[in-house]
Design a protein around this ligand. Structure first.
Ligand SMILES: C[S@@+](CC[C@H](N)C(=O)[O-])C[C@H]1O[C@@H](n2cnc3c(N)ncnc32)[C@H](O)[C@@H]1O
Length: 251
């Protein structure tokens, strides 16, 4: 077993590094002013320096949230334990990113199944988001991941290409005007006797509070029949993750 850590990338890295750089510059300016200034300037420098230190510390804490090496397994176990895909030969994880969801689901996937991860792989939001880390992290969890670049609302796969299709913490990121298309794509690429698994955050459009009902409704609208639901608390924030398993409805 490899002792190398996982590396799942750094979230919102550009915005947070910019805040850290701005706070560092303010702290440096405050130190110079404190050294050179009289009593009033020194008092101002202490106030500005203290505020900048606080803001820089907060940005650093956020930069490491979630920690790039941490999996937070329970939410993936919640989905994995209701997936029931022992017979699946081909599995697709939509929005796999750096592979965190595939690593989390790995203990629930059948041995020797083909594992494909699809993502837009945009590293402007997540530092390191790309096929290389999806493969690296997957391999550490015993999966041979084949990463494919593609958009959830126009998946680059044929109809019914997979026995199981998962999408973890992705569809809330897809703009609302493309979300119906993304759900229709989950249905299209899933075999008629296959399974779709969704793991989502309590992030819903304005005016909608019940995220479980919202995400169930989206699956339903795409012609998917909800079979099982599980919820799990979020470790550092309010609210729950919801895991939903659905199957293609008879048409
Ligand atoms: C919060 S990350 C989740 C990654 C992984 N599934 C997990 O559970 O950690 C969201 C991922 O969705 C991807 N994503 C966002 N919009 C997408 C789209 N329209 N099509 C495919 N992937 C998308 C992002 O690039 C990112 O990798």
């Amino acid at each position: 077993m490899s002792l190398r850590p996982y590396f799942f990338g750094v979230y919102h890295w550009r915005e947070r590094l910019a805040r850290i750089a701005a706070a560092s510059a303010l702290v440096a300016a405050a130190i110079v002013a404190f050294r050179r200034g009289g009593r009033t300037l020194r008092a101002v420098a202490v106030g500005i320096g203290t505020g900048a230190l606080y803001r820089g510390g907060d940005a650093t804490r956020r930069l490491l949230s979630p920690p790039p090496w941490a999996l937070d397994r329970p939410k993936y176990d919640a989905l994995g334990s209701i997936l029931r895909i022992d017979d699946a030969d081909r599995i697709l994880d939509v929005g796999c990113g750096t592979g965190r969801s595939l690593v989390g689901l790995a203990p629930h996937l059948p041995d020797d199944c083909e594992v494909v991860g699809c993502d837009v792989f945009d590293d402007r939001v997540i530092l390191g988001n790309g096929p290389r880390l999806a493969r690296y992290n997957g391999a550490r969890a015993g999966l041979a991941v084949s990463p494919v670049a593609g958009d959830a609302s126009r998946l680059p796969f044929g109809d019914e290409a997979f026995d199981a299709v998962t999408a973890s913490r992705v569809l809330h990121d897809v703009p609302e005007e493309h979300r119906d298309a993304a759900f229709a794509e989950l249905r299209r690429v899933c075999a008629d006797d296959g399974t779709v698994g969704l793991l989502e955050l309590p992030v819903t459009p304005d005016g909608i509070d019940d995220h479980e009902a919202y995400w169930r409704g989206r699956l339903d609208d795409a012609g998917l029949v909800v079979e099982r639901v599980a919820t799990v608390a979020r470790p550092t924030r309010e609210g729950t993750y919801v895991a939903i398993v659905a199957t293609p409805g008879r048409t």
